[in-house]
Design a protein around this ligand. Structure first.
Ligand code: 2P0
Length: 324
């Protein structure tokens, strides 16, 4: 009744922002991401008849704010297995939580893997992805490695297809993550997305233009065309942040160092260095580059005042069981 799974965060290149259905946590747009090879979330799920309620510990501390979502995931697993046992979930992150490093993505991808194994449920990737998505939309993408697309459900369905566009070793890009603050973000993604849907005049245009961005990214990945991927990824990133800023009240996830990093990445690319940026709902900058440029990119970003640390990583595999 116990299993441990590991997962890494993923970074969206064509961003997910907005929900079609909050109750089922269905995204309003598809998205394309890369799964990283580091940092890691490791989650152990233990079902026991000695527990009166579910428990969730993050880095050794009880974490009440996420317990509801964790229990919702566990409820679905329990319903599938016919069990009514409560569970203790212990999750360890070797990176800042809630600061735009996709900790909920790796967290729920590891949770569903471990939870299903602990209950001896034989679920396929799509079933696991649908479960993870209920916890956190982006988590469905961390079930797979390399370049991953999360698509919208077909009419009448609540299943959001996940598919691999290219394996990690078929186009091994590198990423330098510039940490500019380790504080938790001021407005969480779930709340931020809803605020944009309800208040931004740009929201319908965001939803309507997503398919064209997805098509451009798919084609760039299929052709291993770095420049084309750079252009569509920066476009999608800035469009998402433009939408967030043009909500009411506007959400500004950048700090000063974030903006300096963007200028530095563009200056490097103008000099011929194969690198582009993307930023999620937090102030960290992810500089995606060809492996031969990683050292130069990391050095250039580390020199920017306000950049506290650079985490270098590559592309990695999807979530997997490590024990159970
Ligand atoms: C993404 N983000 O595509 C986008 C870009 C943040 C910015 O997916 O509400 O934590 O739990 O489904 O998955 C973060 O959103 O949101 C996210 P919920 P989630 O990576």
């Amino acid at each position: 009744m116990q299993a441990t799974a590991q997962a890494q965060p993923n970074i969206a290149l064509v961003k997910y922002w907005g929900k079609r259905d909050i109750g089922h946590n269905l995204p309003a747009v598809g998205s394309i991401s890369i799964t990283l090879d580091a940092p890691h979330t490791r989650t152990t799920v233990s079902f026991s008849d000695r527990l009166l309620q579910d428990e969730f510990l993050l880095n050794g501390k009880h974490e009440a704010s996420m317990l509801g979502r964790v229990s919702t995931c566990l409820d679905t697993l329990r319903a599938l297995s016919g069990s009514s046992l409560k569970a203790r979930v212990e999750s360890e992150n070797d990176f800042p939580t809630g600061a735009g490093l996709a900790s909920s993505a790796s967290g729920f991808a590891a949770l569903v893997r471990a939870g299903a194994a602990a209950l001896e449920l034989d679920l396929d990737i799509q079933q696991l992805a649908d479960l993870a998505r209920r916890g956190s939309g982006s988590a469905a993408r961390s079930l797979l490695g390399g370049f991953v697309e999360l698509s919208l459900p077909s009419p009448g369905s609540e299943s959001t297809p996940v598919s691999s566009l290219c394996k990690a070793d078929e186009w091994p890009l590198s990423v330098a993550i510039a940490i500019t603050s380790s504080a938790a973000k001021s407005v969480g993604s779930t709340e931020g997305m809803e605020r944009s849907r309800l208040t931004s005049a740009y929201y319908p245009a965001w939803v309507d233009s997503q398919e064209a961005d997805l098509a451009r990214a798919r084609q760039a990945i299929a052709k291993r065309d770095f420049q084309a991927l750079a252009e569509v990824s920066e476009y999608s990133c800035l469009k998402m942040h433009g939408l967030a800023m043009a909500s009411e009240p506007g959400m500004m996830y950048f700090n000063g160092a974030t903006v300096e990093c963007l200028h530095q990445v563009r200056a490097l690319r103008a000099q011929g260095v194969p690198v582009f940026f993307t930023i999620d709902a937090g102030p960290q900058v992810k500089a995606v580059c060809l492996p031969e440029a990683l050292e130069q990119v990391s050095r250039a970003l580390a020199e920017i005042p306000g950049v506290q640390k650079i985490i270098p990583c590559g592309l990695g595999d999807g979530s997997r069981l490590v024990q159970g």
